[in-house]
Design a protein around this ligand. Structure first.
Ligand SMILES: C[S@@+](CC[C@H](N)C(=O)[O-])C[C@H]1O[C@@H](n2cnc3c(N)ncnc32)[C@H](O)[C@@H]1O
Length: 216
C-alpha cells in the first residue's frame, strides 16, 4: 500500500483502516467506505457474545475479512461464509465461467482460507461450500447480521432475501451490496423489502444498503 493511500485510509476510517489495508490485497469489488461500514456493522450491530453473522457470496474473502475483523474482539462470534467456492461459477446470464487467475493453481476455497488466515481471522470464520438456497434448507440458527452479495439477478436476490431474512433476529441487520441502481436485482430487493414498515431507516454507503429489522 502506498504511503499516500495509507494516510488517506487512516484519516477517513480511523477504526478500520488497518483491515481495509489488508483487504486491499484481495481481489474483489468492495470500496473502502463499504469495507468500513461492514466492519462497523459487525462490530456495533451484533452482540458481544455469540454473534452470528452470515455472508452469502464470499468470493476470495474481501468482505469476509472486514466482517470478521469487526467480530474479532467478541466472545464466541462466528461468521458463516456461504459460497460454492468453486473456480467455475455462473455469470449473470447463467453461463459457466472460470475466473481463476492465470498461474494460480490454488482452488478458490484455498485462496479464501489463505486470505483469512493471513489476516489472523481464520478462527472466526466458517466457510460453508454450497449454494445459498441449498444451505438455507438445513439452516436453523437466528442471525444477527445478514450480508447478501451472491448471484445478482433479481430472481436470485429475492430468493436469498426470502429464504434468509426469516432467520434475522428482531433488531438484527440485513445488508445488500450493489444496491445503488447499477445492479437491478439487489436494487429492486432493497426497494421492495427493506424500504418497508418491517425495517427501520435504510442506510446507504456507496452501493451498500442496510436496515435494522424492527421487533414484531
Ligand atoms: C460478487 S461476488 C462476492 C464478492 C465478495 N462479497 C467480496 O466482497 O469479495 C459473488 C459470489 O457469489 C457466489 N455465488 C453465486 N451464486 C451463489 C449462491 N446461490 N449462493 C452462494 N454464493 C453464490 C459466487 O461464487 C461469488 O463468489
Amino acid at each position: 500500500m502506498s504511503s499516500v493511500r495509507q494516510v488517506w485510509l487512516r484519516l477517513g476510517f480511523r477504526e478500520s483502516w488497518p483491515w481495509i489495508g489488508l483487504s486491499d490485497r484481495i481481489q474483489g469489488w468492495l470500496m473502502p467506505a463499504e469495507a468500513h461500514e461492514l466492519f462497523r456493522l459487525a462490530k456495533y450491530h451484533t452482540p458481544l457474545q455469540n454473534a452470528r453473522v452470515v455472508e452469502l457470496g464470499s468470493w476470495k474473502g474481501k468482505s469476509s475479512l472486514m466482517l470478521a475483523a469487526g467480530l474479532r474482539d467478541k466472545t464466541d462470534a462466528r461468521l458463516f461464509c456461504i459460497d460454492p467456492f468453486s473456480p467455475a461459477t455462473t455469470d449473470e446470464e447463467g453461463k459457466l465461467v472460470d475466473e481463476r487467475e492465470p498461474g494460480d493453481s490454488r482452488s478458490r476455497i484455498q485462496i479464501f482460507e489463505q486470505n483469512l488466515n493471513d489476516a489472523g481471522l481464520r478462527a472466526i470464520v466458517e466457510p460453508v461450500c454450497g449454494f445459498s438456497y441449498d444451505v438455507a434448507m438445513e439452516w436453523q440458527a437466528p442471525i444477527d447480521l445478514l450480508f447478501i452479495d451472491a448471484h445478482h439477478s433479481y430472481e436470485a436476490v429475492i430468493r436469498d432475501y426470502t429464504t434468509w431474512a426469516a432467520f434475522v433476529k428482531p433488531g438484527g441487520v440485513v445488508a445488500l451490496h450493489d444496491a445503488n441502481g447499477m445492479w437491478p436485482g439487489p436494487t429492486r430487493v432493497v426497494e421492495e423489502k427493506l424500504i418497508h414498515p418491517d425495517y427501520g431507516l435504510v442506510h446507504r454507503v456507496k452501493t451498500l444498503a442496510w436496515a435494522i429489522r424492527r421487533p414484531a
